[in-house]
Design a protein around this ligand. Structure first.
Ligand SMILES: Nc1ncnc2c1ncn2[C@@H]1O[C@H](COP(=O)(O)OP(=O)(O)OP(=O)(O)O)[C@@H](O)[C@H]1O
Ligand SMILES: [Mg+2]
Length: 382
């Protein structure tokens, strides 16, 4: 565990970048430092690997003061990833990734083999190995940066705004990849961002910092959203806090109705036999059970319905896997007000009304008040 104990950093010109910061960074999870520009995030991160020395206070790694350890040993145990990846422009991708193993005295072939293995791990095509950084997209370069930091298999990964220079779609991909890598490798990651949505998405614990290098709140994301410590944190979290909090609640408990689901080749008798009193619409599926769209029962019983005539069903949610937020979004976007749930293969699993989702939300909030503080690991696709 990394323990930051009442650390202050005063730069020579008198700037207090970090002010009596205390944090316990748990092992094998992602701790995010988030806050406005200039609040001391980078300074904090660099104090952990001793690129910056604290003016006061101590930082302990597994109980030992980091100042008591040889700086090279310390840095070897910590991969470091920065914005724009900071790659060596004159080295190929494979040699960029092999840098640290080479420094540690590995032979060229072994280091390159390790680099190629890591390329695969971070989702980079092996064909890119011989290219130079300028021949890669921003997102690919960031992946190289992550692979390079992982090369010597350090237990700790320090990441300073690693994904902030790429577009939102690529960024989401990189975030998902990082969560996957973290799950596979169990690294202790300290991740700096100024984007609260990124912090909430990837953080197990989130430290919100304010200008002047002070800690405003240190909590799991669901708790930040439900109980911001003060007006600064609340303001920093931004609008839609209630809706965003729903992404921490699973859709698993939703009561799905299956009676309104009909295959497009159903006969009038089969349709008439259904008890659809509760649902004014039928969800028509193709022969594999994949949703096609909504129609009113009388349109279907009157004879053949063409797929083009159906009302669009919007974006379905994956039953159980997706969160209540995803389910609510589906219902809000659906022209019928009913959300469509699908299974992992995309086949219709049931439909659920806004009203039922609303009841589940009220139940989840009541439950959340009881469990928020204890259940720090709950993670739903969000
Ligand atoms: N070498 C330095 N000398 C003097 N002041 C510094 C130095 N480095 C950083 N600062 C100041 O310390 C404060 C914190 O800087 P830091 O880079 O840690 O912030 P940050 O939270 O990472 O900001 P950003 O989101 O913009 O990257 C700022 O006021 C900055 O101007
Ligand atoms: Mg910074």
């Amino acid at each position: 565990m990394i323990r930051i104990d009442s650390v202050t950093k005063r730069y020579p010109d008198g700037t207090v970048a970090v002010d009596r910061l205390s944090l316990e960074i748990p092992d094998r999870s992602i701790t995010v430092l988030v806050g406005p520009s200039g609040c001391g995030k980078t300074t904090t991160l660099r104090m952990i690997n001793r690129m910056v020395e604290p003016s006061e206070g101590t930082i302990l790694l597994d109980g030992k003061d980091i100042l008591q350890q040889p700086v090279n040993t310390l840095r070897r145990s910590m991969g470091y990833v920065i914005q724009n990846a900071g790659l060596f422009q004159h080295r190929t991708i494979v040699d960029n990734i092999a840098t640290v193993p080479r420094m540690l005295g590995w032979g060229k072939d072994k280091a390159r083999a390790r680099a190629r293995e890591l390329m695969e791990r971070v989702g980079l095509d092996a064909a890119l190995a011989r290219r130079y950084p300028y021949q890669l997209s921003g997102g690919q370069q960031q992946r190289v940066g992550v692979a390079r930091a992982l090369a010597a298999d350090p237990p700790v990964l320090l990441m300073d705004e690693p994904f902030s220079a790429v577009d939102p779609v690529v960024r989401k991909g990189l975030q998902d990849e990082l969560l996957r890598i973290q799950e596979e490798l169990g690294k202790t990651i300290v991740f700096v961002t100024h984007d609260i949505d990124e912090a909430v998405k990837i953080g197990t614990m989130v430290a919100v910092m304010r200008t002047g290098g002070k800690l405003a709140q240190f909590a799991p994301p669901a708790e930040l959203l439900s109980d911001p410590a003060d007006a600064f944190v609340e303001d920093f979290l931004g609008a839609d806090r209630g809706i965003r909090r729903l992404s921490f609640f699973p859709s698993a408990g939703l009561d799905l109705l299956t009676t309104p689901i009909v295959a497009i080749d159903s006969t009038a008798e089969q349709i008439a036999a259904r008890d659809t009193d509760d649902v004014p619409y039928l969800l028509v599926t193709d022969l594999d059970g994949r949703p096609l769209g909504w129609c009113e029962p009388r349109d279907l019983t009157a004879g053949a319905v063409e797929a083009e005539q159906l009302l669009p069903y919007g974006r379905p949610f994956v039953a159980g896997t997706d969160s209540l937020r995803a389910a609510l979004d589906c219902a809000v976007l659906s022209p019928t007000g009913w959300a469509v749930a699908v299974d992992a293969e995309g086949r219709a699993a049931g439909v659920v009304s806004q009203q039922t989702i609303g009841e589940a939300i009220r139940g989840a909030h009541a439950e959340g008040r009881k469990t928020d503080k204890t259940d720090k690991t709950a993670r739903v696709a969000r």
